[in-house]
Design a protein around this ligand. Structure first.
Ligand code: SAM
Length: 204
């Protein structure tokens, strides 16, 4: 699945179609503000599937945070390094990030977790939980509908998605050691996504 997703993003014009002129919407700013209030002014954040870094990572940097981003697509990694030179951008898979356990204040991931097989979603949230400091936070955008290894032609590329319905993903997040703080159901173009702000409750 990773190879197909990587190749898809290397070929698709994700930036041109989805990120040029993409503003952070007011509901999203509210969620970010909640996150900022919880983690404080000085914090280290990891973004899984950072894409080109716009608009979300730029916003985190502008708000004074230290950021590490990881993305599997070389094209996006190069763009992210240009767009947010203040951040450390790594090329690789979510599970390849080399960060110490209990070291991060927050992990964010926008529109990316549905690109790994859904059987791995719990493992990923458990891994994220380990990377976080006690009472660290996640702010993630996940799919709200079931996609069973769906492969589709998308903007000129073949890309794969894999997800559960939103309520099941919330259950997975809770079982991975988090308490849900707030959710927001996004309804944009032909897509529905679920934004989730959650707090780590399992201490090491
Ligand atoms: C829809 S884009 C979203 C990018 C960015 N978060 C944003 O909102 O603009 C999904 C991103 O996840 C990356 N991605 C997908 N699967 C990945 C994986 N297993 N490891 C790292 N990055 C991955 C893709 O390369 C792509 O850049």
């Amino acid at each position: 699945m990773r190879e197909e997703v990587k190749e898809g993003y290397e070929n698709a014009d994700y930036e041109g179609l989805y990120r040029d002129g993409r503003e952070i919407r007011s509901e999203e700013k509210d969620l970010f503000q909640d996150l900022f209030d919880y983690i404080g002014d000085s914090a280290q954040i990891l973004d899984l599937g950072c894409g080109t870094g716009l608009p979300f990572d730029r916003y985190l940097i502008e708000n004074g945070y230290d950021l590490i981003g990881i993305d599997i697509a070389e094209k996006h990694v190069e763009k992210a390094r240009e767009n947010i030179p203040e951040a450390e951008i790594i090329q690789g898979d979510f599970f390849e990030v080399d960060v110490a356990n209990s070291s991060l204040d927050a992990v964010v991931s926008f529109y990316a977790i549905f690109h790994i097989p859904r059987e791995e979603h719990r493992k990923l949230f458990e891994q994220i939980n380990e990377w976080l400091k006690p009472e660290g936070y996640i702010l993630v955008t996940v799919a709200s509908t079931v996609m069973e290894d769906l492969k589709e032609s998308w903007n000129g590329a073949e890309i794969k998605w894999s997800s559960f319905e939103g309520s099941k993903t919330l259950e997975i997040i809770e079982k991975s050691g988090f308490e849900i703080v707030r959710t927001y159901e996004e309804d944009w173009r032909d897509e529905d996504h679920l934004w989730v702000l959650a707090r780590k409750i399992k201490s090491d």
